[in-house]
Design a protein. Structure first.
Length: 157
């Protein structure tokens, strides 16, 4: 089975306003910080796996994944073991211990193990997967993101 790990990243994912973003309680630069950790680990090889988004997601795109009808179809498809064309895994880190919004108290190792389990299951079933990074409001959330992406890059080099 061939697995390709591709990273979609843009510097515009980080939010900045003349340094004032540092006063905000949430890390608005976590994706850039995670990218820098990965860059230190993988060097120029990382560049080959990174692409930038070519267009913004439209409201119509967002509504297709946030409707009751969509969720019902997804649940029904999984229950019937239908061939799934693409899995979109929302890998939020707001489950991490001490996160002010998540409140689930999952350790850093637990977040990594969750991501490993989900991605391995999808790969083992031959389901193409997009891992979306979201949530996570602790200053170290970027490390959780980097840990999971690093694991994928090392596993499916």
């Amino acid at each position: 089975m061939s697995v390709t790990t591709q990273i979609v990243y843009s510097r515009r994912y980080d939010i900045g306003l003349l340094g004032l973003e540092r006063l905000h309680p949430f890390d608005s630069r976590k994706y850039g910080r995670a990218y820098q950790l990965l860059r230190r680990k993988f060097g120029r090889d990382l560049h080959e796996r990174v692409s930038s988004p070519t267009s913004a997601v439209s409201i119509a795109d967002l509504l297709t994944v946030h409707t009751e009808a969509y969720l019902a179809r997804l649940k029904d498809s999984v229950a019937r073991n239908a061939k799934i064309g693409l899995a979109i895994y929302n890998a939020g880190t707001d489950i991490y211990t001490g996160d002010t919004l998540g409140g689930l108290s999952v350790s850093a190792d637990g977040v990594l193990r969750r991501d490993q389990f989900v991605i391995r299951e999808l790969v083992n079933h031959g389901i193409p997967t997009v891992m979306l990074l979201s949530g996570g409001y602790r200053s170290e959330s970027y490390r959780l993101v980097a840990n999971s992406v690093q694991w994928m890059l090392e596993t499916w080099n």
